[in-house]
Design a protein around this ligand. Sequence first.
Ligand code: BGP
Length: 474
Amino acid sequence: RLKPFPKNFLWGAASAAYQVEGAWNEDDKGVSIWDTFVRIPGKTFKGTNGDVAVDNYHRYKEDISLMAEMGLKAYRFSVAWTRIYPNGKGEVNQKGLDFYNKLIDELIKHKIEPICTIYHWDLPQALQDEYGGWESRKIIEDFKNYSVTLFKEFGDRVKYWVSLNEQNIFTRLGYQTALHPPGVKDDRLFFQVNHHANLANAVAIKEFRKYVPDGKIGPSFAYSPAYPASSKPEDILAFENAEEFTNHWWLDIYVHGKYPKATWEYLERKGIAPKVEEGDFSILQEGKPDFLGVNYYQTTTYEKNPLGGVTMDGHFNNTGKKGTAEDIGVPGLFKTVANENLERTNWDWNIDPQGLRIGLRRLLNLYGLPILISENGLGEFDQVEKDGSIRDDYRIDYIRAHLKAIQEAMTDGVEIIGYCVWSFTDLLSWLNGFQKRYGLVYVNQHEEGEHDLRRIKKKSFYWYKDVIENNGSN
Ligand code: BGP
């Protein structure tokens, strides 16, 4: 028999500032590295940007009333650093604080628990220009000050906090594949940037204890549990390397304050290990989170990658043309390979609910922390029918299967405090424009043609409402 979901389970949905807010230059907001990046031709699908996104900045009340209608218990949003500090530091922008205060109060008025993400990728451009953003240790102090401002301003009402969203993704895409800003390919820098982000994360968590002693905080990690492609020992080794390189490199630091040994030795041999200063590891050990945020979309299968084999440069499918994504890897260590046992979405993301259970068990054994599923959902084309309905049964099937996997993991002994569907409304998919949709609420927003931004409840909206009402049984 499966364990039931706990009574106070946080049935949630998630978003991020850049992907929903719009109002990119209103109320003295500063420019972020994403505001800059999307203006470089060819970087995103059809050059789509978040200038307007889904206009949540002006429509947050309408969106929250839809959340209330659904019975949502928690809403995860992120703060745009450039609204609070237009230049990343210095004088605080009261209008920015006002916006999030209104948003938080509106959520609380509707009995929706706010979950606040401090950093969801929209670094102030001014910090990038001044010292290379995450490339410099100076970021640690600026991130700390920004975080403390949020703790002081919102900590009386916000009790759940996500420190960094998907550090492993924003650094990989920003510094290994150049698909995200600042668009750099430099392995040495990639590890250095991560070391600074690790320190910033730990320092912010330590500060959090002073300002929000009754709150909970943790990073959200893009967790793609690894599978070996075969039982050949060389593939098993590739899988072990990939697990360490793509998952435990971050998770070990977050929880234990140390880097995994074999990968560290490898980086030293290559001359790309991060420069660590005296005292860094004690800082890292003092920043242990209360929970791990897990953003789960898919597993990744790995096989041996010879020297001279594929690199991180493989083509990325941002068009929704199935079968166009290429394998990537680290020569000599591992490469990705399609898992023929699993279905894929049109963007070549595999669908693997069981992988979530497997991953959660690994996390239980290695780290033992409570888990917040801070993102999970399905990005697909959606069709508005003639009668105005959106019958996204594929999304319902996806979420249902993943909720079952979560319940199985709970039965295995994993403590799970909540589940945030990615996403509540449709929103801007960073590189894939508006056509890759995740929402339970449709937003009439497109690259081309008519787009009045009106909200339409999808079939999944009603289904999830029912799930929440029945505390998980459906
Ligand atoms: C995660 C991000 C989200 C979101 C999601 C879907 O990596 O934290 O911000 O975008 O993935 O990804 P995508 O929009 O690329 O399909």
